[in-house]
Design a protein around this ligand. Sequence first.
Ligand code: FE2
Ligand code: FE2
Length: 485
Amino acid sequence: MDTTQTTGEVLREAASTHLHAEGRAFLGSLYVAVRSLQLYPLENQTVQRALAEVDAKARDILRRESILNFQMAGDFLFVNDVRIRLDLGNYASFTFVRKGLDRQGIGTITIEPGLELREWTPFLSILAASQRLENTFDALRERVSRAGVTHVSIGPAVVVTESEIIAQETRAAARRTYTRSVAVVREVMTNMKLGRAVSARRVKRAVMGIVDQVLQEETSMLMMTSLRDFDEYTFTHSVNVCILAVMLGQKLGLTKQQLFELGVCALLHDIGKTRVPAWVLNKEGKLNEEEWKHMSRHPAWGVLTLFQVQGFDEPPYRAMLTAYEHHMKLDFTGYPRAVRKRRLGLFPRIVAVADAFDAATSKRSYQYIPYPPDEVLREIRDNPKRGFDRVVVKAFINMMGIYPVGTVVILDTGELAVVVAANPNPEELHRPLVRLISDPAGRRLPPGAIVDVSAIDPATGRPARTIIKTTNPDRYGINVAEYVA
Ligand SMILES: [Fe+2]
Ligand SMILES: [Fe+2]
């Protein structure tokens, strides 16, 4: 720990760690309680248990804090000013609770110590209502206090602009598509491993969702690829590669039908890994010769495995080819070794670039610290030994900008920021759109508005901010997903 920290700072930091865990637990219990109130009569045991649980979780927080302030603002959730991290695990409960609050126009819930268990039922019933209960916020407040709820007070929702709401909805849709696709990959790979029948139907539907989303609004989908979940690397990796490949295919002028086919190939490119032993897949550090033998078989296993998938009109040849060729490299110095002269297919070329980028920028068991995205891009572009197709790489750089989404950058103002989108102006690829993380003094900022790094300072006639360098988010304890999603 940094020795220059004062005791006060240390205590505050510890408190915020507690709050973060307890805030998440409270959100989860709130969700279960409201949901069970919707499903069962009040006397039901499930409801009673859920009410006791939400009460206990609130008490956990109130044991250390003088008050519990639960606030939702757009896509953000704060508990006593600590931003609660949303991820694939708690996003469903967040969305559900937010809808309940939105319906009644509630933005904040404040809970004071002394709250009694009986106060929860009337209060949570309001959140469980399927329709707006009162026309004005004052009337709703009145209703809460009439019901004898004295230790819970509510505040009105903050007004968000229409474009912000649309942006949020798009992001939510992107997140749904993403979560669903991860679930499909998880199911396919698990079934495959257990030797159960695997149907292509769900795979096709997931890919269709991704293609539609990319064609509609690709930025949100690109953001999702930076929401990397360590535990689920194999599954999220497949989905990320699928998204990146489809976006690349679109830049290369493929038709919607071709994008769909490419998406299926990309989603299944590592399917052969289901036959690689888990101890090899999860090994930390470099693989030894024997382990590498197992690992390097995954392209060939992929071809065999794909015969097991039912529901394609004919064997999925292009997916087989993609699985087989995605590590071969353009000069055939990769694996498996080419036995006779061949030409690398377009889909494998596209998937190879998407695959390399996602693999290098993700946390995995053998790569705890991912490489900065801009460095990975440079390596992909400049190192001929990597064996990528130049046209595909060029399209990839155009699509990602020089600083891809999720890169943490240091600005000449001393501010720290996360890249959230490439600059729409292709002349300004080195000046992306960012969200600030900390001010010049290093103080952490709440996730705020998006800043265009190409914006001109009217006083000087020059851009107000310039990127000096990129940095590793882990050094600052930053969860990038919080800022980009
Ligand atoms: Fe692979
Ligand atoms: Fe891969």
